[in-house]
Design a protein around this ligand. Structure first.
Ligand code: NAD
Length: 416
């Protein structure tokens, strides 16, 4: 992986620039550059054909000064320790920017789950839990779904955890199915939170959403609800969408529900009939009011940043833009709503799920959604205020808010 595409190097670079602006002391800065704990695990798993395959996985806690580590578990063939480190670091900033009493963590397994049967997925989920159980717990580190992991995978992991520890502890994992202590509203929370932030951003940056258009990459959990809710809550017209399988463009609009149904039936966007085929590269150059990367990291780089023709980029994926690309987007006058603010809706409702688990008392969907709206709106306004006060771009403003909060907690604990 080249250094500029190493997400952890990018995460460290982003912190360095905030640390300089905040005048952080050397020890605090160095502490925040590194995860405080990393666990590498090797897991033998029996496959359906009788063979045994060896899988490699990670669980990283970046910083726990503000509370237990919190962050998803990704299953992906390209997973590396540096991807997990970067994602854990961004979780620290994400929980801080929405002011949750949590730290940042992340997990990953190098694998291609698309090639697995359900039974193989279950055995891998349980093997992973057995391997990392010693560092998890509702007061230590709490996983959730991320790319290619699902509520069903969370359910198997919860069951394995409770079997190993002999007690019911639903708060050890979030994004669970509802009958096992999941929260209403968790499934669409990341996309919904992003749409609430988009509503606020449009007001703040004077972007008229009347007749506005959207191009989106990724129609998984995050992108699917991002598209559906941008259409239904804000009235946006989705004109382009792409994923791993290909893309589609129609200037008259793609009906979001139809597109989502097509993805569910055919495994991806490719072949959607109501438009022209489009590549992922072309998607980023589509003229649209809002561009939404909602798939993987490093998709907007110095190579394609100049081709973007949107007014606002809502980063629902983690780490979609490199620092070099960021600079180009700023020069082009594109408002970038940074990942750890735009996609914080998921962890916010995960936190609500933990609170409900702790009380063993559950909220209504309406309560969850209105609390989510309140939290996301407040977080956006805090970052926007910083952006105006310090005359820095929105990513830097979000870093200034988060890093200052985490640094203060580290100091109060006497760590630095
Ligand atoms: P998902 O597995 O549900 O969906 C992944 C999507 O990315 C799919 O549409 C897939 O086709 C697409 N994709 C994968 N590889 C691609 C490639 N090479 N080119 C184009 N498209 C590709 O995952 P998700 O949960 O929707 O996560 C998407 C992003 O959002 C990730 O960056 C994740 O870290 C971030 N995120 C997720 C959550 C959450 O609650 N699930 C919360 C915050 C951030």
């Amino acid at each position: 992986m080249s250094e500029s595409l190493n997400p952890f190097t990018n995460a460290q670079q982003q912190l360095d620039s905030a640390a300089e602006k905040l005048g952080l002391d050397a020890a605090t800065h160095e502490l925040l550059r590194w995860p405080m704990q990393e666990l590498k695990v090797t897991m033998p798993v029996k496959m359906d054909d009788g063979s045994t395959r060896i899988f490699h996985g990670f669980r990283v806690a970046h910083n726990t000064a503000r509370g237990p580590a919190k962050g998803g578990l990704r299953w992906h063939p390209d997973e590396t320790i540096d991807t997990v480190r970067a994602l854990a670091t961004w979780m620290t900033w994400k929980t801080a920017v929405v002011d949750l009493p949590l730290g940042g963590g992340k997990g990953g397994v190098i694998c291609n789950p698309k090639a697995f049967s359900m039974a193989e997925k279950e055995r891998l989920a349980r093997a992973y839990m057995r391997a990392v159980v010693r560092v998890l717990g509702s007061a230590r580190d709490v996983p959730a779904p991320d790319v290619y992991t699902t509520p069903q995978i969370m359910a198997w992991m919860l069951d394995e955890y409770e079997t190993l520890t002999g007690a019911k502890q639903p708060g050890v994992i979030t994004g669970k199915p509802l009958p096992l202590g999941g929260s209403p509203g968790r499934e669409d929370a990341t996309g919904r939170g992003g749409v609430y932030v988009l509503r606020e951003a449009a007001k703040a940056f004077n972007i008229d959403l009347n007749g506005a258009t959207m191009a989106i990459q990724g129609l998984g959990n995050v992108g699917k609800y991002g598209a559906l809710l941008a259409e239904s809550i804000l009235g946006l017209k989705i004109i382009a969408a792409a994923d791993e399988t290909g893309g589609v463009y129609n200037s008259k609009g793609l009906e979001a529900q139809k597109l989502v149904d097509h993805v569910a039936m055919h495994g991806g966007v490719a072949g959607f009939a109501d438009g022209d085929a489009l590549t992922n590269e072309e998607l980023f150059a589509v003229e649209a009011t809002v561009l939404v990367p909602a798939a993987l990291e490093n998709v907007i780089t110095e190579k394609n940043a100049d081709t973007l023709r949107c007014k606002l980029c809502l980063e629902l994926a983690n780490g979609p833009s490199t620092p070099e690309a960021d600079q180009i987007l700023e020069e082009k006058g594109i408002a970038v709503i940074p990942d750890f603010l735009a996609n914080a809706g998921g962890v916010t409702v995960s936190y609500f799920e933990q609170v409900q688990n702790a009380y063993n008392f559950y909220w209504t969907l309406k309560e969850v959604q209105s609390r989510l709206d309140e939290q996301m709106t407040k977080a956006f306004r805090g970052v926007f205020e910083m952006h105006q006060r310090e005359q820095v771009n929105m990513r830097k403003a979000a870093y200034l808010v988060s890093v200052a909060r985490v640094a203060e907690a580290c100091k109060l604990r006497g760590w630095v």
